[in-house]
Design a binder for this molecule. Structure first.
Ligand code: ATP
Ligand code: MG
Length: 250
C-alpha cells in the first residue's frame, strides 16, 4: 500500500494516513464503501476523545487481554476496516494469545472474504477462518448470520472491532464473552459488550497485545481477579464524560 504522499509533519498525519488506508482498502476490494462512512463516524469520536487512549480504555484493554488468556477458544473477528487499518497488528494479537482470526463481514461476499483472508496471510497469518461459513448466529438473517462452525460459532471469547450493533447483540445472546472495540460509547455494539473498549482500533489492538505479553506468566487467579474487578458501566460512562466535557476521572 502506498503511503508516501502523506507528509509526516502534517498536524493531522494520523487521520490522513487512516483515511488513505481505508481508501486503499476500498480500491483493493477489502473494505466496503460503507466502511468509508464508518471511518468518518469513528474519526469524529476520536477527535472528541483527544485522539488518545484514555485511562479507562487502557484498563479495558488489559481486561480484554486477561479474557483472551483465560479463554478456551478466543476468536478475533476481522472486517474490511480492520483488515485495511491493522492487518499486521491483528496477526500479532492472534499469535500472542493463541486466538483464531476469522473474517466476518456485515455485507458478506465471497470475493471480499477471500481478498481479506489473502491480505491477512500476506501480513503473516497462518490460518484464516471465515471462508467455510458453515454455521449461523441465531436470530440474524441468512447472509449476516454466517460464521465458521469451528471459529466464531465455537468461540467462548470473541473480539469484535467495529461490529454492527445488531450482530454484537446476537453474539452476546449466544453467551459469548464479547469484547467490542468502538470509538462510540453510545453505540449498541459497545453497550452490549462484556468489555467495551472505547478506543481507536489503531491503538487498541497493539495495546491489548502489549497487555497479553505482559500477563503471559500471570496465574489464572490473577487473570480472574483482573476480569472480575472490571466495571463495564464505568468504562462507558468515563468515555462519554470525556466526549461531553473534555474532562476525565481516572
Ligand atoms: P450501532 O449503534 O448499531 O452499533 P453503528 O453506529 O455502530 O450502529 P456504524 O456507523 O456502521 O453503525 O458503525 C461504525 C462504528 O465504528 C462507529 O461506532 C464508529 O465510531 C466505529 N469506528 C469507526 N472507525 C473506528 C476505528 N478506527 N476504531 C474504533 N472504532 C471505529
Ligand atoms: Mg456500532
Amino acid at each position: 500500500m502506498d503511503e508516501v504522499d502523506v507528509p509526516e509533519d502534517h498536524p493531522r498525519y494520523q487521520s490522513l494516513l487512516t483515511r488513505h488506508r481505508i481508501e486503499a482498502g476500498v480500491d483493493a476490494g477489502i473494505t466496503s464503501r460503507q466502511g468509508l462512512i464508518a471511518e468518518g463516524r469513528g474519526e469524529a469520536f476520536d477527535y472528541l476523545l483527544g485522539e488518545e487512549t484514555i485511562p479507562s480504555a487502557e484498563r479495558s484493554e488489559r481486561v480484554a487481554a486477561a479474557h483472551f488468556l483465560l479463554a478456551d477458544h478466543p476468536v478475533i473477528s476481522v472486517n474490511g476496516n480492520v483488515a485495511a487499518l491493522v492487518p499486521e497488528e491483528v496477526v500479532e494479537l492472534a499469535a500472542a494469545t493463541g486466538a483464531d482470526l476469522e473474517v466476518n463481514l456485515f455485507g458478506r461476499t465471497d470475493e471480499r472474504v477471500a481478498a481479506i483472508a489473502a491480505h491477512l496471510r500476506e501480513h503473516g497469518a497462518a490460518d484464516v477462518k471465515g471462508l467455510t461459513a458453515d454455521a449461523r448466529i441465531p436470530g440474524l438473517s441468512h447472509e449476516r448470520a454466517k460464521v465458521d462452525a469451528d471459529g466464531i460459532y465455537d468461540a467462548d471469547v470473541v473480539l469484535v472491532p467495529l461490529e454492527d450493533g445488531d450482530r454484537a447483540e446476537a453474539l452476546a445472546a449466544m453467551g459469548k464473552t464479547e469484547i467490542v472495540i468502538d470509538l462510540n460509547p453510545l453505540s449498541r455494539s459497545a453497550r452490549h459488550a462484556a468489555v467495551p473498549v472505547i478506543d481507536n482500533v489503531l491503538r487498541a489492538i497493539p495495546n491489548i497485545t502489549r497487555h497479553a505479553r505482559d500477563l503471559a506468566d500471570a496465574s489464572r487467579e490473577d487473570l480472574e481477579a483482573i476480569v472480575e474487578s472490571f466495571d463495564r458501566e464505568a468504562a462507558l460512562e468515563d468515555a462519554e464524560r470525556r466526549i461531553r466535557t473534555g474532562t476525565l476521572e481516572t
